[in-house]
Design a protein around this ligand. Sequence first.
Ligand code: 4AD
Ligand code: MG
Length: 477
Amino acid sequence: MKRTKIKQLFSTTPTGQEVTVQGWVRTFRNNQFIAINDGSTIQNIQAVVDFNNTDPNILKRITTGACVSVTGELIPSPAKGQPVEVKVKQIEILGDSDPEKFPLQPKKHSLEFLREIAHLRSRTNTFGAVMRVRHAMAFAVHKFFNDRGFFYIHTPIITGSDAEGAGAMFRVTTLDPQNPPKDESGKINFKEDFFGRETNLTVSGQLEGETYALALGEIYTFGPTFRAENSNTTRHLAEFWMIEPEMAFYDIQDNMQLAQEFLQFLVRYALDNCAEDLDFLDKRAKEEEQSKPQDQRSELGLIDRLKFVADNDFQRLSYTEAIDILKNSNPNKKKKFQYLIDEWGVDLQSEHERYLVEKHFKKPVILYNYPASIKAFYMRQNEDGKTVAAMDVLFPGIGEIIGGSQREERYDRLLRRVNELGLPEKELWWYLDLRKFGSAPHAGFGLGFERLILFVTGMTNIRDVIPYPRFPGNAEF
Ligand code: 4AD
Ligand code: MG
């Protein structure tokens, strides 16, 4: 008999029909009640075994973690909190699980412990919920852009350009590290490498994305990106997914508006489509908060936070205005910031971003017009001669969730900047070409997918919102 997913059974009227459920045993109580989960929903279904008429050898094998297939009648459940249950007629053990050795006992495990068994943490309520939400968010990203006529462009993962300056890169090579070919001057000869040149894993699809925006109008990328920075934080991964829309004929204002509408759409989509999982994650986050000191607890619970973001405009202000606020803030005057703000031009640290969002405005903030000196070469130069049309979206509990800008579309200006920064003009020939042939104003941004998932799930470590996190010193699994 074909199996029915538990999610579907919970919306089926029980009329004694025969059904088959296949999934993993969460608990087995009183030799009678099996809680089975098949991942289709956070809810377990209860399967009730008639232990008098079941082979004791089978009963022994119904253990936490085992995989079972049960067939029986779907009946209304007398137990509280579950609409239906299965009265088992037939049970088959598809995969045994030795209860002495199975590391996931039906109790609360720490997230640190679960990271060490990332191949099994998928079977917990928390990771099931997080990954279902992650799926819904990926789907919603495509829906948002598709509905607006954007085209999904697959930019390369292996790139020859190392000019974005977004971060350190991972090398891609097939040369033998023990014995690489050398040129006359004794340097490694990358002409003999697979691509006939040095290549890396991409840090961003933006530059290639721009070439398609200036052809198809509005495009986006959604793919893995790689940064070899030694950042051991709860906000950084060495391999993360990024969504990068790029739009012809947009200025910085249009860009900020799109960023806000995009984030609000995603959050609203989660509220409308992931209610069960969000309820669970909301309760989970509340329990976690209990262990924090009062002044570090967030004022709103997860779901209220999501609703607030979905329904309220983000605060927009310039970098210069932000510096004024920060300079005169209490933590700056009382020297509570680790990095004190004393002059215009400094880069903002996450403590400053969080002060603006969580303490001062108490809502998401979009900062724009940053000093050119702390931003990438391709950002559009403002008339003041010192700022560029950059924008960062800052979220409560997260800090920077989006970074973007209007792009410098003027050939001469861009070239001057490339040379000022000593970037390899030769390698950027194609990017510069874009400004020679039918250039147009355009803008775009990058959303860190895992930072979005952190916000939507209320999880606090980025290593817990991606199936297999990659970070310094860790590439297990
Ligand atoms: O601000 P970033 O570096 O911007 C870019 O890469 C631009 N090319 C984007 C564009 O304009 N098309 O990165 C964009 C976002 C950040 O705001 C952050 O959310 C996320 O990517 N991000 C990371 N997420 C996880 N781990 C890391 N190491 C990240 N670095 C950036
Ligand atoms: Mg950034």
